[in-house]
Write a protein that binds this ligand. Structure first.
Ligand code: SF4
Ligand code: FES
Length: 367
């Protein structure tokens, strides 16, 4: 049996078109080592990548960044995705999207818009984003999206500065006409790990926010879908990160590296293939990085003998590495992990009385 007959095709792809962004969010999921504009794939290569993704089975493509609208060819790339049958989701900060550009994206076949909101309070939202006026731009782009009849998803990342307004952020998403909101508590790796002391909320604030959002789920049933990603550090079992490594989705970085998840480059020793030398299908089925943690054969105890190993696939490899030093260990969020006490210690840590300043992530894109 060859590898392809045992491995399901990918269904989703995150295309990080650029790491440039006008915002500087201190919990950004981009790597600490941002890729420079000079290293970005050109238009023709991205088009080939999208064609190969569609051929390999990808159905949804998330046009992301950084700020994807910082690419001058964003309309051309969107039109190409639509032409090869991909459902396109633009993940945008809203800053850098003008009305003519938005209209051109809609005409090119854009299917969906996903907008991050930093807070329900304008001044706080702009401080978190590191950009004056970002909040107002987001409201405007949300209105264009609903007026154009496109579905809107709002992303809200929770942390110390906004957690007391979690419920107001859900109300705001309803007001903006979003069909879905993803309320995600900060995951501590990359930039968020660098800013952990500034971002970590108190346990009481977290518990209140979780309860408030759950209550709103009942209130808004049928009006908005609330995806609530509860804070890892207080959980008993880990999440199936990426729905399992190399099972559904892949990421392509601005310079063309094909990654199983956005933080995979933090794991030493993995060999990533680049779209400049390999097709998307080849990277998915045959690249060493995708096969390193696919399935369950790589697992160690306690995962090997655990009945949940095909449910959560041992949790997150990047978090296992960050907190235990070995990416093959069970994600220490799991209460069965011998390293779980370390997670409990972190969860019990009090947020400092005075939060330090943010270290903003910066690789400027013009607004
Ligand atoms: Fe998941 Fe491993 Fe924990 Fe079992 S032991 S629940 S497979 S992380
Ligand atoms: Fe890499 Fe979870 S972020 S496996």
């Amino acid at each position: 049996m060859n590898a392809q007959s045992q491995i399901a095709p990918p269904t989703g792809m995150l295309a990080e078109l650029t790491h440039r962004c006008p915002l500087g969010c201190p919990y950004c999921s981009n790597p600490l080592e941002l890729e420079r504009a000079a290293d970005e794939l050109d238009t023709q290569t991205w088009k080939r990548v999208f064609s190969e993704a569609a051929e390999a089975g990808v159905l949804h493509v998330h046009l992301s960044g950084g700020e994807p609208c910082a690419r001058r060819d964003i309309v051309e790339l969107t039109a190409h995705c639509a032409a090869v049958g991909l459902y396109t989701n633009l993940i945008t900060s809203a800053v850098g999207l003008t009305r003519p550009l938005f209209d051109a994206l809609v005409a090119a076949g854009l299917d969906h818009v996903q907008l991050s909101i930093q807070d329900a309070e304008p001044a706080s939202a702009d401080r978190i984003a590191g950009y004056d006026g970002a909040f107002a731009r987001k409201r405007e782009v949300a209105a264009w999206t609903t007026q154009a009849g496109l579905p809107l998803t709002v992303n809200a990342v929770m942390h110390r500065a906004n957690i007391s307004r979690a419920a107001r952020m859900v109300d705001m998403a309803v007001e903006l006409g979003a069909r879905r909101i993803e309320v995600a508590h900060t995951q501590y790796y990359g930039w968020a790990m660098k800013n952990r002391a500034a971002l970590m909320p108190t346990r009481e604030a977290t518990e209140k926010a979780v309860a408030d959002v759950e209550a709103l789920r009942r209130k808004y049933q049928g009006r908005i879908v609330i995806d609530h990603v509860v804070p890892d550090y207080h959980a008993r079992f880990p999440k199936a990160c990426m729905n399992g490594w190399g099972r559904r989705t892949l990421n392509v970085t601005p310079s063309g590296k094909v990654l199983p998840c956005h933080a995979a480059e933090t794991i030493p020793g993995l060999e990533f293939w680049n779209v400049r030398e390999h097709s998307i299908g080849a990277a998915w089925y045959d690249s060493p990085a995708f096969n390193a943690f696919r399935g369950t054969a790589w697992m160690k105890e306690p995962c090997v003998s655990c009945e949940r190993k095909e449910i959560d696939f041992g949790g997150c490899r990047c978090q296992a590495l960050a907190l235990t030093g070995d990416a093959r260990n069970a994600d220490p969020i799991c209460h069965l992990s011998p390293h779980h006490a370390r997670v409990q210690k972190i969860a019990a840590e009090e947020a400092p009385a005075i939060a330090p300043d943010y270290i903003y992530r910066r690789l400027k894109a013009k607004a």
